[in-house]
Design a protein around this ligand. Structure first.
Ligand SMILES: Cc1cc2nc3c(=O)[nH]c(=O)nc-3n(C[C@H](O)[C@H](O)[C@H](O)COP(=O)(O)OP(=O)(O)OC[C@H]3O[C@@H](n4cnc5c(N)ncnc54)[C@H](O)[C@@H]3O)c2cc1C
Length: 442
């Protein structure tokens, strides 16, 4: 078996938004960087529902081969260059400054502005607010719920008005993904290893010195580095740390559980086919983000069958007349990631109260928008923001360094509480901030 030895300034474990950002920032400053991603980097079936499954961590969850918690909720984990941004809905949210201040972190305004520009953060033009979405918006207005336009990571000049497929991966490259940064990093001279998995972090005398990885065709790598950054995402960063002896990693787990509520209208349009997540309301008091959206076709059908089994059959043909709104609930973070990759996620009394409130609000909006009140459905939970497993203030200092010198973490794992809002832009800002620190020391 071949063993390749590499020397670098910084090695990044995971090609999600944080890994790609740090690779781009440091390579632009002439630093040597190796970015390692266990998934692939290709366009095969991108934009197609089937392509999504090729880019996800698998598990058994009838009828979908998706990862789930021990308690049976769906957890979506991407495995490809770009990480979750390849398959995310493209919603953008500026970092919540009060959240970070509470945890003694200052996110510099110039880095936020830079991230917004580079990650294509825009408000949707009027013609991207679809007819069904307008219906939800008007209903919410009538109920005094302050829905407003939501920021998107979308270049609307490249996008189509009637496209709902952001979460399938965008074939038109209208949605920003972290692959953009990875491309820049490679142009700047960074080494990118895809389909290569880091299995161990090399630590000697409490100082991190590199990683061991296994690549395509079983090729082994030993990569020595002045700094190691775990950017493997909210779940896998905690598993890597557990392997290095951080027994508390993964003893906490937040997910921002999201559920979709939908009903059926007799007259007029539903919001199937409308551009995703263009209007919504962040109800900060109750820690819920409400947005107009239903899953795109096929995903919606599968989700309904998954949740309701045979009872779904009479409604499966009704997607064109479906109006939907989702609630993303900031949870209390009770859960555990184990070293074998399994996740237990339980909810507190306060979480359950928030779910109840979220369902009530969604139902009110749907009824007001003209849905048949006797046929309102609420989906099971999907957790798209696995996070808070290696928390700042507990396992990391505010420079994102662990107790092992030169070993850093930067991704959703570091969030001290559930993100509560779409986290991609905040991750990019945290990564830019860490890159500045690393630039000064490697
Ligand atoms: C359906 C869905 C919709 C979403 N919509 C939005 C949205 O609209 N807006 C938003 O801001 N966020 C959204 N998110 C969340 C967002 O995509 C994620 O929060 C974000 O991508 C997480 O970034 P991360 O850096 O923590 O890790 P990830 O994106 O998970 O990246 C980590 C990467 O590391 C790799 N990796 C893991 N272990 C190893 C290893 N040992 N060796 C090498 N590589 C490894 C993984 O393959 C992965 O590619 C959504 C998520 C989902 C699932």
């Amino acid at each position: 078996m071949t063993l390749e030895k590499l020397e670098t300034d910084v090695v990044l474990i995971g090609g999600g938004p944080a890994g790609c950002t740090i690779a781009k920032e440091l390579s632009a400053k002439g630093k040597n960087v190796v970015l390692i991603e266990k998934g692939g980097d290709d366009d095969f079936l991108l934009g197609n529902g089937l392509g999504v499954f090729l880019r996800l961590e698998k598990g058994f969850h009838f009828p979908l081969p998706l990862k789930q918690s021990k308690e049976g909720d769906t957890i979506i984990l991407a495995k490809c260059l770009g990480g979750g941004t390849l398959l995310y809905a493209g919603a953008a949210a500026y970092p919540d400054m009060a959240y970070w201040k509470k945890h003694n972190m200052e996110l510099p305004k110039d880095l936020i502005d830079e991230a917004a520009k580079e990650c294509w953060v825009n408000l949707p033009p009027e013609d991207f607010i679809g007819p069904g979405t307008n219906r939800i918006w008007e209903a919410a207005d009538a109920l005094d719920m302050p829905f407003e336009k939501q920021y998107r990571h979308v270049d609307f000049d490249k996008c189509r008005t009637r496209c709902e497929f952001c979460t399938n991966g965008c074939r038109k490259n209208a949605k920003w993904t972290a692959r953009e940064y990875a491309k820049e990093a490679v142009q700047n001279g960074a080494t990118l290893l895809t389909r290569t998995k880091v299995n161990d972090i090399i630590i000697e005398n409490s100082v991190a010195g590199g990683v061991k990885a296994k690549g395509k065709d079983g090729k082994q790598y030993e990569i020595n580095a002045k700094a190691v950054v775990c950017t493997a995402g909210g779940t896998y960063t905690s598993i890597l740390l557990q392997k290095c002896g951080f027994s508390d990693a993964g003893s906490w787990f937040a997910g921002d559980p999201t559920f979709f509520s939908f009903g059926f209208v007799k007259d007029g349009p539903g919001n199937s086919g409308d551009h995703n997540m263009t209007v919504g309301w962040h109800d900060e008091e109750n820690k819920i983000l409400f947005c107009s959206m239903i899953s795109p076709k096929i995903s919606w059908h599968i989700q309904l069958v998954q949740d309701e089994g045979f009872k779904a059959l009479p409604n499966l043909h009704r997607l064109p007349k479906t109006l939907g709104v989702f609630a993303k609930v900031s949870d209390d973070g009770v859960g555990r990631v184990s070293q074998d990759g399994s996740i237990s996620k339980t909810f507190t009394k306060a979480d359950n109260e928030r779910f109840k409130y979220g369902r009530e609000i969604n139902t009110k909006i749907l009824n007001k928008a003209g849905c048949d009140p006797s046929n309102i459905h609420h989906s099971g939970f999907v957790m798209g923001h696995p996070s808070s497993t290696v928390r700042i203030g507990e396992m990391l200092d505010t420079n994102l360094e662990t107790k092992v010198k030169n070993l850093y973490c930067c991704d959703t794992s570091v969030f001290p509480e559930a993100p509560g809002i779409p986290p991609a832009m905040t991750i990019v800002v945290l990564a830019k901030r860490l890159a500045k620190q690393l630039e000064a020391i490697v």
